[in-house]
Design a protein around this ligand. Structure first.
Ligand SMILES: [Zn+2]
Length: 144
């Protein structure tokens, strides 16, 4: 499973990558931990990148730059067969810790969105297609 961390350089918290690597090692097939830089002056850059990851048709976990995984997170997300899984943090069920199986969800069709509306656009599009997020509590923690 790809573990993708979209990050604005100055906002990437130092705990995020070590926690992702540690969680990946708890799984038989650790996969890849990838950091992608988000351009801070282009509000649509995150959307463009997300479409690109989606179109590769490989299962991926999206982990935002201030979210720390618990050690069991990758193994649990990898074992779950559901197409769209989320670990909520701070009462959010947004993109910050979401595992997608694009091959089961179809080609990306949400409306082009700035980074701060992308979560709503993806939720609305998946909802229209009859999908609901499968909730895995306690796999992620949000730093302030
Ligand atoms: Zn699940």
């Amino acid at each position: 499973m790809r573990i993708i961390i979209p990050a604005v350089a100055e906002r990437l918290r130092p705990e995020v990558i070590p926690a992702a690597l540690a969680a990946a090692q708890e799984h038989d097939q650790p996969g890849m931990v990838e950091v992608w830089w988000i351009h801070p002056n282009n509000p649509y850059h995150y959307d463009t990148l997300l479409r690109g990851w989606w179109m590769v048709q490989m299962t991926f976990l999206l982990l935002e730059h201030d979210v720390v995984l618990e050690r069991q997170a990758i193994a649990e997300f990898a074992q779950c067969p559901r197409p769209w899984c989320v670990s909520p943090y701070n009462d959010h069920t947004l993109l910050g810790c979401s595992r997608f199986r694009p091959e089961q969800l179809g080609a990306p069709g949400w409306l082009p969105s700035a980074w701060n509306q992308l979560d709503q656009a993806v939720y609305a599009w998946l909802g229209m297609r009859g999908h609901q997020p499968h909730i895995h509590p306690g796999l992620a923690r949000h730093l302030h």
